[in-house]
Design a protein around this ligand. Structure first.
Ligand SMILES: O=C(O)CCC(=O)C(=O)O
Ligand SMILES: [Fe+2]
Length: 274
């Protein structure tokens, strides 16, 4: 097991573990196949059809996705512990039946040891009792050469809604994170499980462990790109307590996280206390 650095190490860059990339079996092919189905088929699986956490499909240019902006150049399909398996499209059924439970068990154990190593036992105990997982399976189609004046990003800068985000297959080309001085840095491409803090860890630790801002930049010859991010999230209806004693429900947490995109589009503000 990787030696887990204490903060500030963990706070300011992704943690590259020595845990080999976890198999997601046929998920890339299934995701590509789903994204190549006619739009009318894909629209049957929008987030509005699930109405649970972030579950469902988002497409490039979509104005009302809960997990990406209209300028972002990817398709994402989010599935989680919180919707019944049969609601997901047939393309993902094999992955969910065979890989989902062992993947989440392995990641749960990693998250527990990380939270304990960070000295956050009260957060670890809530994670043990009240958390599940969602996967954002992301597909960036090839092409899209940079147009003059257009954003050089494939995915705009953001912090994640999660407690922790675990890239089960490591980080791909173009992943950048913001360092404490505000500079954007290229992360190395990694082939082992790679983890960083989401905004819920920042909230529950009262700012001690800040969320890592990150984005995906374009590359000169953008090829097809996949990423598989496993987010730890509280179960619907859970009540969460920060170390200093602030309380928030799962649903209010989502509202608070999403409120940073209200009115001002995608400009970021620091997450505030209720
Ligand atoms: O595609 C990537 O490498 C980043 C994806 C990401 O940040 C996300 O799913 O929240
Ligand atoms: Fe992210």
């Amino acid at each position: 097991m990787t030696a887990i650095p204490k903060h500030p190490d963990f706070c300011h860059r992704p943690l590259v573990t020595d845990i080999p990339a976890v198999s997601v079996a046929g998920l890339p092919a299934a995701l590509r196949a789903f994204c190549h189905r006619p739009l009318s088929y894909r629209l049957n699986h929008l987030q509005s059809r699930y109405d649970v956490a972030f579950d469902g499909y988002s497409y490039p240019g979509q104005e009302d996705s809960r997990n990406q902006g209209p300028e972002d150049r990817l398709h994402s399909f989010v599935f989680s512990d919180f919707s019944p398996q049969e609601k997901y499209p047939p393309e993902f059924q094999a992955f969910i039946s065979t890989c989902w439970a062992p993947l989440c068990r392995q990641v749960h154990a990693l998250e527990q040891s990380l939270l304990l190593a960070l000295g956050l036992a009260p957060v670890a105990s809530q994670h043990q009792r009240h958390f599940g997982h969602m996967m954002s399976a992301n597909y960036y189609p090839a092409g899209n050469p940079v147009q003059p004046g257009s954003s050089p990003l494939r995915l705009s800068a953001h912090p994640d809604v999660s407690l922790l985000t675990v890239f089960v297959q490591g980080l791909g080309h173009g992943f950048q994170y913001r360092d404490p001085t505000g500079c954007w840095r290229d992360a190395p491409v990694t082939h082992t499980v790679t983890v960083f803090a989401g905004e819920l860890l920042e909230w529950l630790s009262d700012g001690t462990v800040p969320a890592l801002r990150h984005r995906v930049r374009q590359q000169p010859n953008d090829s097809e790109r996949f990423s598989f991010a496993l987010f730890s999230l509280p179960q619907p209806g859970a009540s969460l307590h920060s170390i200093a004693g602030a309380t928030i429900s799962t649903e209010d947490w989502y509202r608070l996280h999403l409120s940073q995109w209200d009115d001002t589009g995608y400009s970021r503000q620091d997450i505030s206390r209720p």
